[in-house]
Write a protein that binds this ligand. Structure first.
Ligand code: FPP
Length: 282
C-alpha cells in the first residue's frame, strides 16, 4: 500500500508534493516575508491588517515545513531598521510577536518544533523579551523543525557582534588564526547550516541586510505573491523550483566538468585558402 503523503489527495499541494524529491529538500529555508502593507492597501485596509494576515501565512508555512521535514526555517520578522516605522506599527508588530510565541507554543511543543531567535532580541522591550525567552526555553529540547526567528536583526550588526566577540576573546586568550571558520563560529547561526534556499515575497530584488554571510551560495527565489497570500502551495512551488537548479559553488556543471577532462580531439585542420599550393593547377 502506498504510504499516505503529507497532503490531502486531490489538492494542489498533493500534486506539487508528488513532483518533489523528499530526499533532497533544502536543509535550511530562509524567508524575507514582505508585502504585508501592500496586501492591505490593495484591500483598502490598514497596514496592521496586513501584518495580522501575515501571521496566518507564517503559521501555515511553519506547519508545512514541520510536516514535510525541512530541518531549519529562518524568518525575517523584525529588522533593526524596522524601528524607523511609526511607533503604532512597531508596537503592533511587538504585540503580534508576543501573541504568536504564546499562542503557538503549544503547537511547537506538540510538534517537536524548536524555537530559536537570532539578532539583538534581548534588547527588545521587556515583555517581548520575556515571552520569547520563555518559548526558547520551553522548546529547547525539541529535535524537529528548528524555527529561527530573526528579531531586532541585521546582518551587518551580526558581523559587528562577531568581530566584537573575537576582539573580547583575543584580549583574554590572544588572537586565534582568523579564517572563514573563525568568523562563522561567532555568528548567531554558528550551529546551523547555511540556507540552501532564500525566498523573498512581493517581488523585491533585495537582501535587505539579511544573513549576508550565510547567503553566499544560497539559491534565491523571488515571487510576486505578497506574504499574507503565501501558502503551502507557494512554498512547495519554491522547493520544486529549487530542486531544478544546478548548484555549482563556483565550480563547473557536471557536463562541463566531463567535457573539461575529456581528451580534446585534434582540431580539424582548416585549409588556408590563400596557400598558393592549394591554388588550382590547370
Ligand atoms: C513586511 O511587510 C513584513 C514585516 C515588517 C515583518 C512582519 C512580519 C509579520 C507580521 C509576520 C509574522 C511573523 C511572526 C514571527 C509573528 P511590509 O510591512 O514591509 O510590507 P510592505 O513592503 O508592503 O509595506
Amino acid at each position: 500500500m502506498k504510504a499516505k503523503g503529507p497532503f490531502k489527495a486531490g489538492t494542489r499541494e498533493a500534486a506539487l508534493w508528488a513532483q518533489i524529491d523528499p530526499a533532497h529538500l533544502p536543509r535550511h529555508i530562509a524567508i524575507i516575508m514582505d508585502g504585508n502593507g501592500r496586501w492591505a492597501r490593495r484591500r483598502h485596509q490598514p497596514r496592521l491588517a496586513g501584518h495580522r494576515a501575515g501571521v496566518r501565512a507564517t503559521r501555515e508555512v511553519v506547519e508545512t515545513c514541520a510536516r514535510i521535514g525541512v530541518p531549519v526555517l529562518t524568518l525575517y520578522a523584525f529588522s533593526l531598521d524596522n524601528w524607523k516605522r511609526p511607533p503604532e506599527e512597531v508596537g503592533f508588530l511587538m504585540r503580534l510577536l508576543r501573541q504568536y510565541v504564546r499562542r503557538d507554543l503549544d503547537y511547537m511543543k506538540r510538534n517537536n518544533v524548536r524555537l530559536r531567535a537570532i539578532g539583538r532580541w534581548e534588547e527588545l522591550p521587556e515583555g517581548v523579551r520575556q515571552d520569547v525567552a520563555h518559548a526558547l526555553e520551553d522548546t529547547a529540547a525539541n529535535t524537529g523543525l528548528q524555527l529561527v526567528v530573526a528579531l531586532n536583526y541585521s546582518a551587518r550588526a551580526e558581523l559587528v557582534d562577531a568581530v566584537r566577540r573575537l576582539v573580547d576573546e583575543a584580549r583574554t586568550n590572544g588572537l586565534p588564526t582568523v579564517d572563514e571558520a573563525t568568523v562563522a563560529a561567532r555568528l548567531y547561526t554558528s550551529d546551523l547550516p547555511d540556507p540552501d534556499l532564500l525566498i523573498r515575497t512581493s517581488g523585491e530584488m533585495r537582501l535587505s541586510n539579511f544573513l549576508l554571510w550565510q547567503l553566499a551560495y544560497t539559491e534565491i527565489y523571488v515571487t510576486e505573491t505578497f506574504w499574507p497570500d503565501f501558502d503551502s502551495a507557494c512554498l512547495l512551488d519554491a522547493i520544486l523550483d529549487f530542486q531544478s537548479r544546478e548548484r555549482r559553488y563556483g565550480g563547473l556543471s557536471a557536463e562541463d566538468t566531463r567535457a573539461a577532462v575529456e581528451k580534446p580531439r585534434p582540431a580539424r585542420r582548416v585549409p588556408n585558402l590563400r596557400d598558393p599550393r592549394l591554388l588550382t593547377r590547370s
